[in-house]
Design a protein around this ligand. Sequence first.
Ligand code: FES
Length: 110
Amino acid sequence: MARWVALCPSDELNDGQREVFGVDGVWIAVFNVGGVLYAIEDLCTHDGNVLAFDRDDRPSALVGHEIECPRHGGRFDIRNGKATRSPAEIDVRWFETRVVDNQIQVQVDA
Ligand code: FES
């Protein structure tokens, strides 16, 4: 069973921005690309690095819809979590998103 969890007001994540939220012990990176929201687990499946920001808290490279891991350069498609470039081989967890009452929500397992 799944449930929706509110993360923040939708006007706090504008086009081109990203933010990371902790939900039930999982770090979820949410991206606004062209007004569309995408959410993946902020955990590289190659060797456990975070994805959305580098160690200096700068945004990691987003190439089209592919987030590039700042550690070894593996990439994941934020539209579906698919691993798209080596050394990342295993897809990253992906989450449904929606906006309800001006709140960004993600769907997580109950
Ligand atoms: S830890 Fe992300 S590509 Fe290696």
